[in-house]
Design a protein around this ligand. Sequence first.
Ligand SMILES: *Cc1c(COP(=O)(O)O)cnc(C)c1O
Length: 408
Amino acid sequence: MTDFKPKPAAKALRPATQLVHGGTTRSPFGETSEALFLTQGFVYASAEAAEARFKGEDPGFVYSRYANPTVAMFEERMALLEGAEAARATASGMAAVTAALMGQVKAGDHVIAARALFGSCLYIVEDLLPRYGVETTLVDGADLSQWKAAVRPQTKVLFLESPTNPCLEVYDIRAIAEIAHAHGATLVVDNVFATPLLQKPMALGADCVVYSATKHIDGQGRCLGGVILASKAFIEANLHNFLRQTGPALSPFNAWVLLKSLETLPLRINQQMQSAARIADFLSDAPQISRVLYPGRDDHPQAEIVRRQMSGGGTMVAFETAGGKASAFAFANALSIIKISNNLGDAKSLITHPATTTHQRLTPETRAGLGISDGMLRLSVGLEDVEDLLDDLREALSAVARPHLAAE
Ligand SMILES: *Cc1c(COP(=O)(O)O)cnc(C)c1O
């Protein structure tokens, strides 16, 4: 990534300040806002300078598939926020997940993953890795004994998301990292649902953290992006050459959008989280809703782990309408401010019916095993006035039959 070093004092700054200033490098023009370097390559003052650059004797940019000044600023800012030594940006969250896993393994290795994975992550683990001779085992992420039992001498990587999509299950990252390390394996955590502000997987023992920057980091529905964070040694050993040579590079334009987004990340997350907490409480009082899952509530199944490893419940709420698919659809269709979309983390509140969209590829049995019922909806809470969101939800509730009526 970057050849820019943060200013010595930079590390002591608080997150909100880092997110405005961290990683900024100014061109000779002294621009206020981060510059957008839309360039593929770089020119050298002399043949000797080019030679030195390629030998690594002169720090600087060579080619934007390797590194780019705008992308480097985004990487540096993310590394400061995460408290990681190094970061690499990628074109999407899936490019980050794919690289973080494939970069570490070879034929004969074994990977263990929590079964409750984002659909495309499940494809990487279940379909893609085995094609290249990497065996994989899926476990119930909440059951530590299953992680332990799945470990083999060939186990190289443990992989999980927490909170999970869409049921917002929370896994004990510290305990799972200990299982990995006891067997010489690494732990990779997809931290998208928690956001970098509410959960620090590396501080809990994870070796590598991945994000879809498409979600809260952009947070305004504009562009795709991803980022991988780890120690310098981890990146050097597993990812530096993999990323340079396979080329899932983030566009400088998208890096610029994401850099500007990071400036407002704490404001957005705090506001969206406050609204999500209000909405979770509101829904749990509604007779039409049989179950609410929100990591910030005391009735969350892993509330005790949430208290230990997260500093907030996040911006996502999952809930079940009592009457199955028909009532879930009636609820979603009756909303007007909250839009039907499979995206999340956006300023716009978005609702998804996982069973028929993001998780329709799974068999009904697998969905049932994951707790994804036909009545479940996943709500990503946005930045609208929470009173308007509550009005919208109230309207939708009235479109759903009360359970005693539905039974007649
Ligand atoms: C969206 C998402 C991804 C994939 O990110 P893209 O930017 O869409 O490629 C991976 N993991 C989780 C948990 C996600 O929500």
